[in-house]
Design a protein around this ligand. Structure first.
Ligand code: FPP
Length: 229
């Protein structure tokens, strides 16, 4: 039996196109990432205002470590400072923060700053904002399986894996949005997106606004979800 989709409980976003946005304006890539950070804050606030329970964003993938050292360190600084600066607003909005990924690869100064924000916001009870940092879907599954093996498990269920992912406790995404015209999933929430609805738009991430978010949600709401039935 197909089910008519209602409002998504969990939206996940691949924020793509910062570099192309900057190039179109003859600006350095860093300007695109800065504009992307502003959009992230606006969209997070918009999701919160709309009563979305979970928002997950793909901020830095395991593959992104292969970018130039200058871009990687600029991104680290921008993201860490951005999250620290956004903390008071998240406190005001009762947002809970969850960091998904291999933070051990981060420089200690950034890692500690980020974990501090996550810890302080852990008492909040409103929207859960998951930020994927140094994140890869395959690595996350491998990490989960190794964790289970270390715990002594000899037979593993799907539920065991779900409960051992970085996203443990977070329901699977209903709607996955990717901006900038690329129609691929790029190692994002591979396990969790098994039954997600996808929405691809040509809009570059820094140009994605509340109007575009509403369009994505409206498209989702018109779909029938079959879950393979
Ligand atoms: C992809 O665009 C974007 C990134 C790799 C970085 C995303 C980061 C932000 C939007 C900042 C958000 C910050 C926080 C704290 C969540 P791209 O560089 O691959 O663009 P291109 O494909 O046009 O080159």
């Amino acid at each position: 039996m197909a089910e008519k989709a209602t409002a998504p409980r969990h939206i996940a976003i691949i924020m793509d196109g910062n570099g192309r946005w900057a190039k179109k304006r003859m600006l350095p890539r860093s300007a695109g990432h800065k504009a992307g950070l502003d959009t992230f804050v606006d969209i997070s606030d918009a999701c919160n205002d709309m009563g979305i329970e979970y928002l997950t964003v793909y901020a830095f993938s395991t593959e992104n470590w292969n970018r130039s050292p200058e871009e990687v360190s600029a991104l680290m600084e921008l993201m860490s400072r951005g999250i620290v600066k956004y903390e008071p607003e998240m406190v005001k909005r009762n947002v809970k923060l969850k960091l998904l990924g291999d933070l051990d690869r981060f420089e200690p100064v950034y890692r500690e700053a980020l974990l501090g924000v996550e810890e302080r916001l852990s008492v909040n009870t409103g929207m859960t904002l998951c930020i994927c940092l140094s994140y890869g879907g395959r690595q996350e599954i491998v990490h989960a399986v190794n964790k289970l093996l270390k715990e002594g498990k000899t037979e593993i269920t799907a539920e065991d894996i779900s409960n051992s992912l970085y996203s443990a406790g977070v329901p699977d995404p209903d709607l996955v949005i990717r901006t900038s015209g690329e129609c691929r999933i790029s190692n994002f929430l591979l396990w969790q997106s098994a039954y997600a609805e996808y929405y691809f738009t040509d809009v570059l991430w820094p140009d994605f606004d509340k109007k575009e978010l509403v369009k994505a949600i409206e498209s989702y709401s018109k779909r029938e979800r079959r879950y393979g039935r």
